[in-house]
Design a protein around this ligand. Structure first.
Ligand code: S3P
Length: 174
């Protein structure tokens, strides 16, 4: 089984993903880290030197590698579901979980580490809020194709684990 955590930057995909993987006894993979390892460059440097289109191709290739992996929780990048046929492939190859967050929560979570994320690195707090709202509007139709939607606010690894186990049980009944 493969589990893909999707959602906007700052929604907690990596931290929740690691904890969920530990509870399930699965491996954990962060898609951005795999890209950085393979390209031997940070995401910011890839954006700056090779451009976003190149990053999206690397991201697609990294995602395709996960289809060969088993019993894994993958935390995707905020843009992964939006490009190519990534979203439908993730739905086909595994369980996609959309971690849904309000933009005000995201702004506060993203501000301290803004410099690590090239799409928002140079925005003021006000601009960040406008940008996030606009991007979420554009990206939601993709995120909402996930089979499971979960409010990220107040989410604990234990709650997420229970939801996933229930989903597995229901699948077995079908
Ligand atoms: C991006 C999100 C980032 C990273 C890149 C682009 C996006 O991942 O892939 O900076 O387009 O939303 P996180 O969601 O893990 O920050």
């Amino acid at each position: 089984m493969r589990i893909y955590l999707i959602g906007y930057m700052g929604s907690g995909k990596s931290s929740m993903g690691k904890k969920l993987a530990a509870r399930l006894g699965y491996s954990f993979l962060d898609l951005d880290s795999l890209i950085e390892e393979e390209q031997k460059q940070s995401v910011s440097d890839i954006f700056a030197e090779k451009g976003e289109n190149a990053f999206r191709s690397f991201e697609r290739l990294a995602l395709h590698q996960t289809f060969e992996m088993e019993n894994i929780v993958v935390s995707t990048g905020g843009g992964t579901p939006v490009f190519f046929d990534n979203m439908s492939l993730m739905n086909e190859k595994g369980l996609c979980i959309y971690l849904k967050s309000d933009s005000d929560v995201l702004v506060n979570r993203l501000l301290p580490n803004q410099h690590l994320r090239p799409l928002i690195a140079k925005l003021s707090k006000e601009e960040l809020s406008v940008f996030i709202n606009e991007q979420i509007k554009k990206r939601s139709p993709f995120y909402e194709k996930a089979k499971m939607h979960i409010e990220a606010r107040d989410l604990t690894p234990a709650i997420l684990h229970v939801q996933v186990m229930r989903w597995f049980e229901n699948q077995q009944k079908v």
